[in-house]
Design a protein around this ligand. Structure first.
Ligand SMILES: [Fe+2]
Length: 164
């Protein structure tokens, strides 16, 4: 297996996180739709944007001759780890608020990883990666604030004294 660079490793990680986020946002949309259809539709749009993020990342990975397989393998590993974490956190008794809380962690993680990829690329200077980060980072920042706002909206409707 070809050795991959730190930059390629981070590219793989954002790709894997996007793949996991696509499934996670769809799942959480299903968990909140009875509470709030507006938040559910935001989550479905996030899922579509995650799919587009995966496509754009994969197009760049595709061009890396000789490294492609190793990078995609790393992306898959990140996706599996993130999905396992989601499954562990969101067991059968998880409700919509639990789903949105987990998504605030996941989206914050994506924001951090994209910022790190951008920072590493300041030295590497690859224009395609620079353009990708410029496109993706504001989207991830919006995802983070939307899930945070969504969590607070649902929390505001909860009865703090009810049995959990
Ligand atoms: Fe996201």
């Amino acid at each position: 297996m070809a050795e991959i660079t730190t930059l390629e490793e981070k590219l793989a990680e954002v790709t894997g996180l996007a793949r996991a986020a696509k499934d996670l946002s769809e799942k959480v949309a299903g968990m909140v739709e009875e509470d709030d259809e507006g938040i559910a539709s935001q989550l479905r749009r996030m899922s579509e944007e995650a799919a587009e993020t995966d496509e754009r990342c994969s197009a760049i990975i595709d061009q890396r001759e000789g490294k492609k397989t190793a990078i995609l393998e790393k992306a898959q590993e990140t996706k599996s780890e993130a999905s396992e974490m989601a499954d562990t956190y969101l067991g059968d008794d998880a409700d919509g608020l639990d789903g949105l809380e987990f998504m605030t962690m996941a989206e914050a993680g994506e924001v951090g990883h994209w910022a790190i990829l951008g920072k590493l690329n300041e030295k590497a200077g690859e224009s395609e990666i620079a353009e990708l980060v410029e496109w993706a980072l504001p989207i991830q920042e919006r995802h983070f604030s939307e899930v945070k706002e969504g969590s607070l909206a649902l929390a505001g409707e909860e009865d703090p004294d009810s049995e959990s």
